[in-house]
Design a protein around this ligand. Structure first.
Ligand code: G6P
Length: 607
């Protein structure tokens, strides 16, 4: 995580650096800092906490200069204090870093033994000293970087400024993303195209091990063996406007309300509405031959994967293993030759998921990726790229990316079932018809926003909340609990409703609201029985169901939230809305920071 940006500009850079950081604050907001090169000096300004604090510092103490680097931090090594804030600097060198230098302890001991002193507890500062030593010994900045990079273990994206060289910056990447932006007589470095959106749309994505010298007139890129290389310059689709909040109070709220549009947008690339068939991108492997699917993801994307497991198994009768990415490699999974490994990620950069992807690649799996950032590392390493078209998601708690992931996964499951002969053409058409209804059903779900806002005060005082669901609504219960804990800081757990009686029921009393997700259908009666077990013990239930379900079981509930009646296939998309809105309104009622909840970051590029 962390966001980095660098500008070699024609005019003052400090405001533009801060503006870039603003667009990357979703990557972390523990501290922020800038460093410019001006009049033969490194001018460094840093502040702990949100970017607004740095803006205050710069108001009274500007950082002049036409070249500079900047950083927004998600703390790994060292508390979120000003002294641990990037840029880290010596007399000669200042740098910003996203990633973790795993061998920093050894390097730090070595540097300390040579008499270097450190002012922070970070892993990053060793890199500043290593590069500085080389520069102080008279080596050129490029030679210094060339010497130091092979010494670093772990993951890094770096942007480095040099006191005596006001005309260029050096960047490098391994494991963490870094892009080069090409402007009009200016050149940029950034963690992603989003950071550079108002500056340029002309972007080159560095490959693993690349390093680059950026100057006003352009960039010289070198690969890990120090050979000069060209990396394709593409036009990024990200516009500055797509990341505005509009009339919404929070990005998360805007993103929840965008769901009908972005799900429709996503579906339009996966279905042919006239023929009512699924259309997947061209693939050069035999999908019909897939015998097993391994799904790996983190957080909300993992819950999308859990829903998809039901679909792949029910429709296509293909067995599915699913893991959270941080656990996957360490259980030494059995990966048979010819298996399909499916990775789901909003950012396409989550370090654990990316490491799992590479593990599967090494073990002969075909790699399919459902990802929202089509230029991300995961997208570029996929055999089958299945993009979601949710647009930039800024709120740290994922919402619209989730429903778009579900839309793609449903289409993939239907297609797999078709090519495996488990679904007739007529059944495929039926599935497509239901998918086409999803945007309207999402709209109908959003129409309950005010009801949900009105009942948020019932949940806001709780210390613990339980979410229950069965079948594909079980992952939704977990997603609901995750949303609530992420942004309202209320402890919440999602359980399979039948599992309640094996433990969590002991927690039930009047102070623990239980949110039950139960669309009417084959599993409804059983979930309602579990709900009654809660009520019999004095528990307060919020039932989320359709009109029929509420009619049948709503009496005596603390509250009910009515959803449109939908086919079970699209129910997980639709039921995502009330759990997102509930978490959102509870967080608003509690006055927490909805878009930037404490301790979290959106793009987790460390393991
Ligand atoms: C972080 C975010 C979550 C997200 C998860 C996976 O924890 O806060 O919202 O679901 O990472 O991210 P990815 O980009 O891989 O979907």
């Amino acid at each position: 995580m962390c966001g980095i940006i660098g500008i070699v500009g024609k005019e003052a850079v400090s405001d533009r650096l801060v503006d870039g950081l603003k667009r990357m604050e979703y990557r972390g907001y523990d501290s922020a800092g800038v460093c410019t090169v001006h009049d033969g000096q490194l001018v460094r300004r840093r502040a702990e906490g949100k970017l607004a604090n740095l803006v205050q510092v710069l108001k009274s103490d500007d950082a002049p200069g036409n070249i500079g680097i900047a950083h927004t931090r998600w703390a790994t090594h060292g508390a979120p204090t000003t002294s641990n804030a990037h840029p880290h600097a010596t007399q000669e060198v200042a740098l910003v870093h996203n990633g973790i230098i795993e061998n920093f302890k050894q390097l730090r001991d070595e540097l300390t033994a040579r008499g270097r002193t450190f002012e922070s507890e970070t892993d990053t500062e060793v890199v500043a000293h290593l590069v500085s030593e080389q520069v102080e010994a008279g080596h050129s900045p490029a030679d210094a970087v060339k010497t130091v990079l092979p010494r670093l273990r772990g993951a890094f994206a770096l942007a480095i400024a040099f006191r005596q060289f006001p005309d260029f910056l050096i960047g490098a990447r391994l494991g963490s993303p870094l892009v080069v932006g090409y402007g009009d007589g200016e050149t940029y470095l950034g963690s992603d195209a989003l950071a550079l959106a108002p500056l340029t749309q002309q972007i080159a994505y560095l490959e693993e091990g690349d390093w680059v010298v950026i100057a006003r007139e352009g960039a010289q890129i070198f690969d890990k063996d120090n050979n000069p290389v060209e990396r394709e310059i593409t036009t990024s689709g990200v516009s500055a406007a797509s990341i505005e909040k509009g009339n919404y109070r929070h990005y998360m709220q805007k993103e929840i309300f965008e769901q009908p549009t972005v799900v429709a947008q996503t579906l339009s690339s996966y279905i042919r509405p006239l023929e009512q068939t699924v259309a997947l991108p061209q693939m050069d492997f035999d999908l019909a031959g897939v015998k097993r699917i391994t799904i790996v993801a983190c957080g909300t994307s993992y819950y999308a994967g859990m829903v998809a497991k039901y679909w792949f198994e029910t429709f296509a009768r293909v067995p599915v293993d699913i893991d959270v990415a941080s656990e996957f490699r360490y259980r030494d999974p059995v990966l048979e030759e010819g298996g399909l490994a499916l990775f789901i990620s909003q950012s396409g950069e989550t370090a654990d998921t990316l490491a799992a992807l590479r593990h599967c690649k090494e073990h002969g799996q075909t790699i399919a990726v459902v990802v929202n950032v089509p230029t991300s590392s995961m997208a570029r390493e996929a055999d089958l790229l299945l993009p979601t078209h949710a647009g930039p998601e800024i709120g740290v708690a994922s919402t619209k990316a989730f429903t778009c992931q579900l839309a793609v996964l449903a289409a993939l499951a239907a297609h797999l079932a078709l090519v495996k002969g488990k679904l007739s053409a007529e059944q495929e058409r039926e599935i497509v018809r239901h998918l086409i209804e999803a945007p309207a059903a999402l709209n109908a779900a959003l129409a309950h926003d005010e009801d949900i806002a009105a009942m948020a005060h019932l949940i806001a005082p709780a210390r613990d909340v339980l979410y229950l669901g069965r079948g594909p609504d079980y992952p939704l219960a977990m997603e609901g609990a995750l949303k609530l804990k992420e942004i309202s800081y209320i402890h919440a757990e999602g359980y399979a409703s039948g599992e309640m009686k094996h433990g969590p029921i002991a927690l039930i009393d009047e102070a623990v609201p239980v949110i039950v997700l139960a669309p009417s259908g084959p599993l409804f009666e059983k979930t309602v029985s579990n709900m009654q077990e809660v009520r019999a013990r004095g528990g307060k239930v919020v039932l989320i169901s359709d009109a029929e379900g509420i009619e049948e079981a709503g009496e005596g509930c603390l509250a009910t939230i009515e959803m449109p009646s939908v086919h079970p296939l699209i129910a997980p998309l639709v039921y995502a809305v009330p759990v997102q809105l509930l978490a959102y309104h509870v967080a608003c009622a509690k006055g927490t920071d909805v878009d930037q909840p404490r301790n979290l970051a959106k793009s987790v590029t460390v393991e």
